[in-house]
Design a protein around this ligand. Structure first.
Ligand SMILES: Nc1ncnc2c1ncn2[C@@H]1O[C@H](COP(=O)(O)OP(=O)(O)O)[C@@H](O)[C@H]1O
Ligand SMILES: [Mg+2]
Length: 235
């Protein structure tokens, strides 16, 4: 589905990602972990095309997309749910979902009502709250909306940046359940950045650990040593 090979990225003169390689196989959930500031968000932005690759390649569904524009990547099926959610707080839930459809080519827009209904099926609470102003939803509901806004485009690869950040512990379980449900559908692959180790290990098939801009450890979640991960996550 996705192969990032030996990718390096700078902010100005400073090298943020150094020779990063990761794979997201078809229909799998892959987790990227690491302390704050190591470059996790930078990697997702790079995959989405928001940052320029200095070295290396990004292959998506067999095509080299290293230089493809962001909106084209969205049309090709990449969906990015940014850290901090990025919803429009002053628009209604329904309007937020419609905004998600903007990236689609116009020939697909005629199905917009259907797409919104599909998302309402996954998140019934969003249907109940369709007319509510998004900024008044709870943290967990806003996260559902942020994900829903991307799901209306039927992405094939979902890039999820810390969906549980700033969310009450009891809602974290809901988000975990949601990620698992999406993963089980089988028609979507997920690259997840997650700080909750237990959550990450339960939902993901494979895990990467990042430290200062490169991958320092990786493995199947069933065999990867939790001690190694904890060592890299602890301050
Ligand atoms: N817009 C920016 N300009 C310059 N440096 C940045 C910018 N965004 C992030 N950085 C730096 O890049 C590094 C990686 O950041 P980031 O990818 O957000 O880390 P993470 O998501 O792992 O917490 C940090 O040192 C951060 O200070
Ligand atoms: Mg981040």
């Amino acid at each position: 589905m996705l192969s990032v090979s030996n990718v390096s990225v700078n902010y100005g003169e400073s090298r943020i990602l150094n020779d990063v390689s990761i794979e997201v196989p078809d229909g799998k959930i892959v987790c990227l972990m690491g302390r704050n500031g190591v470059g996790k968000t930078t990697l997702l932005k790079t995959i989405m095309g928001n940052l320029k690759v200095r070295k290396g390649t990004i292959i998506y569904e067999g095509k080299d997309i290293t230089k493809v524009a962001t909106h084209r990547r969205a049309q090709m099926g990449l969906g990015y749910v940014p850290q901090g959610r990025g919803i429009f707080p002053f628009l209604s839930v329904y309007e937020n979902l419609l905004m998600g459809l903007e990236a689609l080519p116009s020939r697909e827009l005629k199905h917009s009502a259907e797409k919104v209904e599909e998302v309402y099926e996954i998140f019934p609470v969003l249907k109940q709250m369709g007319k509510r102003v998004a900024g008044t939803l709870s943290g967990g509901q806003q996260q559902q909306l942020a994900i829903g806004r991307i799901l209306v485009r039927s992405p094939k690869l979902l890039l999820l940046d810390e969906p549980t950040e700033g969310i009450q512990p009891n809602i974290v379980e809901e988000i975990e359940h949601l990620v698992m449900t999406l993963g089980k559908k089988g028609d979507i692959s997920i690259l997840l950045i997650e700080q909750f180790l237990d959550f990450a290990l339960r939902v993901a098939d494979y895990c990467y650990v990042m430290e200062k801009g490169h991958i320092v450890s990786e493995g199947n979640t069933t065999t990867l040593s939790q001690d190694i991960i904890r060592e890299h996550l602890s301050v």
